[in-house]
Design a protein around this ligand. Structure first.
Ligand code: DAH
Length: 348
C-alpha cells in the first residue's frame, strides 16, 4: 500500500475506534496505540527514512497533519468523556430534597409509668399526695407493724427475698407490698389527718408466670382522719374506677382478709369490655378483680402513732400492671420487662 493510502486508512480506523470509546480507560489505550511511543503515527514517522528524499517533506506534512487531527479528536473525546463521567457522578449523588425525612427514634414513657401517672392524677383530684417509700425494708415494717402474726405464711422464705445480714442485725428484706409505706407516712404525719398515695416496686420470690413476676409495682392509698368510714372508701373507689375505666363503671366489695385491715375487702369493677354482661376477659362473671382494701386495723393505726379511739382510716393496695393488663387486653405480664420495642411502642 502506498504511504498516502496508509495514512487515510489509519485516520479512518482511528476515528472509527475513537467514536466507539466509552470510558477514559479505553481512551488511554486508544491514545497509546495511535499517538504513543510505539503507536501508529510514531511508526510512520520512523518509516519516513526509507522514502525517497523528494517525497519526505510532503509525506512529513501529511503525517504531521494526521497527528494534529488525532490529537484534536483525542482532546474532544477526552472532554466529552470527562463531562459524561461528571454527569454520572452527579446523578448518583443526587438527593431528592422533596422526600419526607426519617423521624428520629425517641424514647417514651413505659406503660407502667403511664398508668401510674394516670392513677396519681386521679388520686390527686381527691387530695392524695404522692409519697415515696423505701424498697428495702425491715421485717418489722413489712410485716410486724402491719399486724402480721409472727407465724403468718406470707413471711415464708418462699415468698420473700431476705437480705443476708450479719448475726444480730434486724431482719432486712425487699418489700413484698407497698403497705409498709403506710407506717412510714403515718409516723411522719401523726396526729394530723393524712391522704397519701404510695406508688413503687415490690418483690416476691415466686414462680414467674404469665400472671406473676418477681418484680412488679403496686400503689397504696391511705386516708386517715377523725370520721372516716367505709362509705368514704366506697366513694373513693367509685371515683377512681370511673376515671380509670370509664363513666359507667360500677364497683363492688367482697369480704376478704388482710391482717392490717378490719373489715377487709376485695374490690371488683364491672367489666368495662362487656359492660357487665359477661365476656371472655371477665370469665363471664361481669366483674374484674382489682385488689385489696379495707378499714385500717386499730393496731396499725396505733403502730403509726394515731389513737384508734379517735382516728379511723381506709387503705388499699392495687397493681398498676394488673390494671394495664385488663385495660389493654395484654396476655402476659412478662411483656412489661421484656424490653421488646414491638410491645412498648404500642403505648405512646
Ligand atoms: N398489701 C396487699 C397485697 O399486697 C394489698 C392490700 C390489701 C393493701 C388491703 C391494703 C389493703 O392497703 O388495705 O396483697
Amino acid at each position: 500500500m502506498n504511504i498516502m493510502d496508509e495514512l487515510t486508512t489509519i485516520e479512518e480506523r482511528a476515528l472509527d475506534e475513537l467514536a466507539a470509546v466509552v470510558d477514559l480507560t479505553a481512551l488511554a489505550e486508544w491514545k497509546s496505540s495511535y499517538l504513543g511511543k510505539s503507536g501508529a503515527i510514531t511508526r510512520l514517522s520512523r518509516g519516513m527514512g526509507a522514502l525517497p528524499a523528494a517525497e519526505r517533506p510532503v509525506v512529513g506534512q501529511q503525517v504531521n497533519a494526521l497527528r494534529q487531527a488525532l490529537d484534536q479528536a483525542y482532546s474532544a473525546a477526552e472532554a466529552r468523556l470527562k463531562a459524561a463521567a461528571r454527569e454520572a457522578a452527579l446523578a448518583s449523588e443526587r438527593v431528592d430534597v422533596t422526600l419526607p425525612g426519617r423521624a428520629p427514634d425517641v424514647g417514651r414513657l413505659h406503660l407502667t409509668t403511664q398508668v401510674l401517672r394516670q392513677i396519681i392524677a386521679i388520686f390527686a383530684e381527691m387530695g392524695f399526695q404522692v409519697w415515696e417509700s423505701r424498697e428495702v425494708e425491715t421485717d418489722e415494717y413489712n410485716f410486724g407493724l402491719l399486724n402480721f402474726p409472727p407465724d403468718h405464711p406470707a413471711r415464708d422464705m418462699q415468698d420473700t427475698f431476705y437480705v443476708d445480714m450479719p448475726p444480730g442485725a434486724p431482719e432486712v428484706l425487699l418489700r413484698t407490698h407497698t403497705s409498709p409505706g403506710q407506717i412510714h407516712a403515718m409516723r411522719r404525719y401523726a396526729p394530723e389527718p393524712l391522704r397519701v398515695l404510695l406508688p413503687g416496686k415490690c418483690y416476691r420470690n415466686e414462680q414467674v408466670t404469665a400472671r406473676s413476676e418477681i418484680q412488679f409495682h403496686q400503689f397504696e392509698f391511705l386516708a386517715i382522719g377523725r370520721k372516716i368510714t367505709m362509705g368514704d372508701l366506697r366513694g373513693t373507689l367509685d371515683f377512681f374506677a370511673q376515671r380509670m375505666f370509664g363513666k359507667g363503671t360500677r364497683t363492688r366489695l367482697r369480704p376478704s382478709y388482710f391482717p392490717f385491715t378490719e373489715p377487709s375487702a376485695e374490690m371488683d369493677v364491672s367489666c368495662f369490655l362487656c359492660g357487665g354482661k359477661g365476656c371472655r376477659v371477665c370469665k363471664y362473671s361481669g366483674w374484674l378483680e382489682i385488689g385489696g382494701c379495707g378499714m385500717v386495723h386499730p393496731n396499725v393505726l396505733h403502730n403509726g402513732g394515731y389513737d384508734p379511739t379517735v382516728f379511723s382510716g381506709f387503705a388499699g393496695g392495687f397493681g398498676p400492671e394488673r390494671i394495664a393488663l385488663m385495660k389493654y387486653g395484654i396476655d402476659d405480664i412478662r411483656w412489661f420487662h421484656s424490653g421488646d420495642l414491638r410491645f412498648l411502642e404500642q403505648f405512646s
